[in-house]
Design a protein around this ligand. Structure first.
Ligand code: DLZ
Ligand code: SF4
Length: 521
């Protein structure tokens, strides 16, 4: 045999670099369902099912095109359970002259592959992953020598390089960024469209049964599984977004609602991240919708910025700064994750709703992730590694290259400001403004102390006071510190005492006493 082409579960694209120059007569593809990949993070059941079903459908699509595929399913009797041991078994069985693989996204897997040449005593060709606008070298060139790496500058450079939303060398509409228009709360009478339905076929149904029996104790439910597992399904979901959601996406990008968990979001990140969609086609579709007059510029620019700007930027930064980047803990946050991150049982309605959405759909949108679960973790001083493992496990789209910069750096400020210029700390007032969570909550966002006090509010003031030395000189936090200084000593002490009581037992805080009605049933 000539080449053994290894395809990982997030590389499901027929245009994958590892497949270029594939000779159907002499080469073979290897795909492996391995338990080690299901266990390195506490993956949500839907995430495992999504990846395994998409892998099985992709293997079918390859075979239909005449590729020979060695596909090792999770319950294959000889499955040894890890990438390296399965590659070793294939290498013994097939004696290839060379292994070919597209560079994996995660540092952990890159290191694994770096050990293969010595382990198997054969050539291993690692090809660049070209499913991105910006190459690794391109990002390094941009980042080299800079004191700080602000996304906004990288994004402008990418707009210029790709010509997306450009009029000559000027941004379309005369502005690079329309974010100030994209912060509306969802009006009560507005009903975002239903999610696009993906009916599970026999393969997906088989995988759902397999996952339930192999991973019964993993987080999450499979009941509402509704992910595309083929390129056709992913394209249908993209179409649905462009036609029914994109035009409102901008306005309500930051809105949160207990009655509309998906608001106007696209729900395509899982497909982009495993290769079912390509970021170039996605941005071109959005740009075309603007050109056709079907969606306004604030929506289209906001959407394209997420993909052309933010997604490429976090990938570049991860690559540039790992592995040390994941080890920082600038705010010395060491508290364990409260149990309610797994159970959704807390009287804080914003957290209970976001975590219940996560449990039911392996999804929460970016503001829920940043300003509810992330903001809480920042304010409460939760350990960045524990928080990172949670995010990496519970979201269908999470792979470390995208998850780590978003969680570790943006949400938790654990990198001390390499990515962002200030922490995204916010009190209950922000959550009340941007959501309908506070109505019906046991707490009141305006109250700072006493039984009705909102934990986000007293934790926010406690966070500012705790980190005063570090942040008081930060220009972007000047207003917050002026407000803190206006608070009299006694009030501040009361707020800090209440924060301490809360932090001593976040799971027990506000729980019903015997005889009282349970707040979260
Ligand atoms: C996340 C995941 C899971 C749960 N299972 C598999 C699997 O069985 N086989 C596989 O090839 N990939 C899986 N993945 C995705 C990998 O973790 C992903 O390819 C690497 O993290 C990329 O660096
Ligand atoms: Fe969350 Fe506080 Fe609002 Fe309750 S009152 S939903 S805890 S922000």
């Amino acid at each position: 045999m000539r080449h053994l082409v290894v395809i990982l579960g997030d590389q499901l694209s027929l245009n994958l670099s590892a497949l270029k120059s594939f000779d159907r007569a002499q080469d073979q593809v290897l795909m492996m369902e391995v338990s080690a990949e299901a266990h390195y993070a506490p993956h949500h059941k839907q995430k495992i099912a999504f990846i395994l079903s998409a892998m099985r459908h992709f293997a079918m699509a390859l075979r239909a095109k005449g590729y020979k595929v060695r596909y090792i399913s999770l319950d294959h009797p000889e499955n040894t359970g890890s990438f390296s041991s399965e590659v070793e078994r294939a290498w013994r069985d097939l004696s290839p002259q060379k292994l070919i693989v597209t560079e994996p996204g995660e540092h952990r897997v890159r290191e694994m592959i770096a050990a293969w040449p010595a382990r198997f005593d054969i050539a291993v060709e690692v090809r660049p992953d070209d499913r991105f606008f910006c190459t690794r070298a391109g990002f390094r060139d941009w980042a080299k020598g800079r004191k700080s790496y602000r996304m906004e500058y990288f994004y402008r450079e990418m707009r210029r390089r790709t010509g997306l939303l450009m009029e000559g060398d000027k941004p379309m509409g005369g502005q690079w960024n329309f974010d100030s228009e994209n912060r509306k709360a969802l009006p009560k009478d507005l009903r975002p469209p239903q999610r696009y339905p993906h009916k599970p076929d026999a393969i997906t149904r088989g995988v759902l049964t397999l996952v339930e029996s192999h991973f019964p104790n993993h987080f999450g439910t499979l009941k509402a599984f509704n992910w595309a597992v083929t390129r056709e399904g992913a394209l249908a979901e993209l179409d649905h977004f462009i036609t029914h959601r994109l035009s409102q996406f901008g306005d309500y990008q930051d809105a949160m609602s207990a009655r509309a968990p998906f608001v106007y979001h696209a729900l395509i990140a899982p497909y982009l991240n495993i290769g079912l969609l390509d970021p170039r086609e996605v941005c071109q579709r959005a740009e075309a919708a603007y050109a056709a007059g079907d969606a306004p510029l604030n929506a289209v620019e906001g959407f394209i910025r997420q993909i052309l700007g933010w997604r490429e930027y976090v990938r570049g930064l991860y690559d540039y700064l790992m592995p040390d980047y994941g080890e920082t803990n600038a705010l010395e946050a060491h508290r364990p994750l409260p149990d309610f991150y797994w159970t959704a049982k807390t009287p804080m309605r914003c957290l209970a709703t976001t975590i219940a959405n996560t449990r039911d759909h392996a999804y929460a949108h970016h503001i829920q992730r940043l300003m509810i679960t992330g903001n809480f973790a920042l304010l409460a001083g939760l350990d960045p590694k524990a928080v990172g493992a949670w995010y990496l496990g519970v979201y269908a789209d999470a792979f470390e290259w995208v998850e780590l910069p978003n969680t570790h750096a943006m949400a938790l400020f654990a990198d001390g400001g390499v990515l962002g210029s200030k922490p995204y700390a916010a009190s209950g007032a922000y959550i009340e403004r941007m959501s309908d969570y506070c109505t019906g909550c046991a707490f009141d966002p305006k109250v700072r102390t006493g039984p009705k006090a909102c934990p986000f509010t007293f934790l926010y003031w406690d966070f500012l006071a705790r980190h005063q030395e570090r942040f008081k000189g930060n220009r972007r936090m000047a207003l917050a510190y002026r407000n803190l200084e206006r608070m009299d000593t006694e009030t501040l002490q009361g707020v800090r005492d209440q924060a301490q009581t809360f932090l001593n037992d976040p799971d027990g805080y506000g729980a019903p006493q015997s005889g009282q009605k349970c707040l979260f049933d």
